[in-house]
Design a protein. Structure first.
Length: 122
């Protein structure tokens, strides 16, 4: 069972079914319902990615903010993860300070930001 969603109507129906299954609670779902939920979720995500693509960031700070969003991290938490001071991180994000090589190395290694993107946007 690998449902394919190709229209808004199918997407709406899939989302309603996902909502109903989630309302029951994961612990209360049968194995068949869990599998259905998984398949519908993947199909809905693929439809969303194809139908509503997010624009790619055009700045280094935009890319870092996207990574923060994807990782569900606040600015303070990201600064800790990158092992830099909060003030320095804030200044870099706001364009008040140029990123240094150490910072660029950390976002490349820890955030997996493409090196070519970094070089083009520094």
């Amino acid at each position: 069972m690998n449902p394919l969603i190709s229209t808004e109507k199918e997407y709406t129906a899939a989302m309603q079914r996902i909502h109903l299954l989630m309302k029951k609670g994961e612990a209360n779902l049968s194995a068949k319902e869990l599998k259905e939920l998984q398949h519908l979720s993947v199909a809905a995500e693929r439809f969303e990615d194809a139908r509503y693509p997010l624009p790619k960031p055009t700045t280094l700070s935009g890319m870092i903010e996207l990574k923060m969003f994807e990782m569900k991290l606040k600015q303070k938490e990201m600064a800790i993860m990158l092992d830099i001071g909060e003030a320095k991180f804030s200044q870099i994000l706001n364009g008040k300070r140029e990123p240094d090589v150490d910072f660029l190395r950390k976002i490349y290694r820890r955030l997996k930001i493409d090196a070519e993107f970094i070089l083009q946007h520094v």
